[in-house]
Design a protein around this ligand. Structure first.
Ligand SMILES: *Cc1c(COP(=O)(O)O)cnc(C)c1O
Length: 404
């Protein structure tokens, strides 16, 4: 039942559109969305796609059609969301360390603001009082996430207002008359232990009584998807059961019913994405066999930045004898995608694929080394649609002013 694109499909897309190429499979996004909404069917749950994972306007439009909302971290993402058809009531704006003007621009557009620092909370309260309901991002100080760089709930994190500052939050809310409609937490990415979410929920319930106008608790995201062959994904079904139980109990004890919100990024779009590259050269050194491909961390930086593991496949020689390769890019900087990967023999000219390339793939790409950004293709109902042209040489000069 799981939605995947076949090797043959990917090879023919590589031939039609060239490489390097990002390919996204729409029905896989739908499948993930349905898994998630099914898991939380016993609670009043809402899902806001954390679009920083992948913002191509067509992906946004497709997710809008599925019925999800949108979680944005910059005013430009908010604008993209509006352009894609999300109405302001389905947009959540969760910026960090932005100028007050950017928060104010979000307010003018009518989206839900998630405020993550006392100084902004105070400025907002002083200016608008209770006239514009807001959500507050709390740092519950719970460790979550695949590694330190993608963990946001720890004591040194810049995100959220510490739960230990509750007294200060209350002071600001009370003095300015702020209307707090939501409490939010997001402890990181790649969290497989559902107890991280449940511990966070407990912290949120613990402080909820201080906010009588509360409509929802937002548990953020961080749902893990499998990257390794033998990896697990967050058991969202089990989490759904536990969350439903916790909310039922809360309702019984406190006599009020709250919604639960989530902001899945990776969970919705990671597995829909395939990054197809071509092997330029096989280079045997004293210590290893390198497969050098026509890409680098300018196109997919997760392996170098987070030491992330992406499964790799040989699309054009799947039945070749197994050999061991170090897969590297063509950038003048160490850009190793993978060490010691056993792959069917890779020949110069073969197409390789990086799986799970939908989230934080194209989105984090750059023009480093004056290389061109790849094209993007969306496969919908079996039909490929080019949704971003490959960069051209002139794109490198766009916005440069030749004054000499
Ligand atoms: C990045 C981010 C998310 C999404 O995280 P994933 O691990 O991709 O699901 C959700 N909420 C906020 C506030 C974020 O910054």
């Amino acid at each position: 039942m799981s939605q995947t694109l076949s090797r043959q499909q990917l090879v023919s897309l590589a031939e039609q559109f060239g490489t390097p190429l990002y390919v996204y499979h729409a029905e896989k996004i739908k499948e993930q969305y349905e898994t998630l909404s099914g898991a939380f069917s016993q609670v009043k749950a809402r899902f806001f796609y954390a679009c920083k994972a992948l913002t191509n306007i067509n992906i946004l439009k497709y997710i809008n059609r599925l019925g999800a909302g949108l979680d944005c971290v910059s005013i430009n993402e908010v604008q993209l969301g509006l352009r894609a058809g999300f109405t302001p009531d389905r947009i959540l704006f969760t910026p960090n360390c932005v100028d007050f003007d950017e928060i104010d621009a979000g307010r003018a557009l009518g989206v839900t603001l998630n405020i993550d620092n006392i100084s902004i909370l105070e400025q907002f309260g002083n200016r608008y009082g209770g006239s514009y309901p807001i959500c507050i991002r709390i740092n519950p100080h719970i460790m979550g996430g695949g590694n330190y760089k993608i963990s946001t709930g720890h004591i040194d994190s810049k995100f959220g207002i510490s739960v230990h500052q509750l007294r200060h939050i209350e002071r600001v809310v009370k003095t300015t008359g702020l209307h707090v409609k939501g409490l939010h937490m997001h402890t990181g990415s790649d969290i497989k232990d559902i107890n991280v979410f449940l511990a966070g929920l407990e912290v949120m319930f613990g402080i909820a009584e201080h906010f009588p106008a509360l409509d929802f608790i937002d548990l953020g995201s961080g749902f893990k998807v499998p990257y390794h062959e033998d990896d697990v994904r967050t058991d969202v079904a089990a989490l759904g059961e536990k969350v439903a139980e916790a909310f039922r109990q809360y309702e019984q004890e406190q006599g009020r019913s709250l919604e639960v919100w989530f902001e899945p990024g990776k969970f919705l779009v990671s597995e829909c994405g395939y990054f197809v590259v071509k092997c330029n050269v096989i280079k045997q050194t004293t210590a290893t066999v390198f497969a050098g491909v026509n890409s680098g961390f300018n196109h997919l930086i997760r392996p170098m930045m987070y030491e992330a593991y992406h499964r790799i496949g040989n699309l054009s020689n799947p039945d070749g004898a197994s050999r061991i390769y170090t897969v590297v890019g063509n950038i003048c900087e160490t850009d190793t995608f993978a060490w010691d990967r056993t792959l069917p023999e890779v020949r110069e000219g073969d197409y390789l694929v990086f799986y799970n390339a939908g989230a934080y793939g194209f989105e984090m790409s750059s023009n480093f080394n004056s290389r061109l950004k790849p094209a993007e293709v969306l496969v919908l109902d079996g039909e490929p649609h080019l949704i971003r042209k490959r960069d051209e040489f002139e794109d490198l000069l766009r916005n440069q002013l030749e004054v000499l």
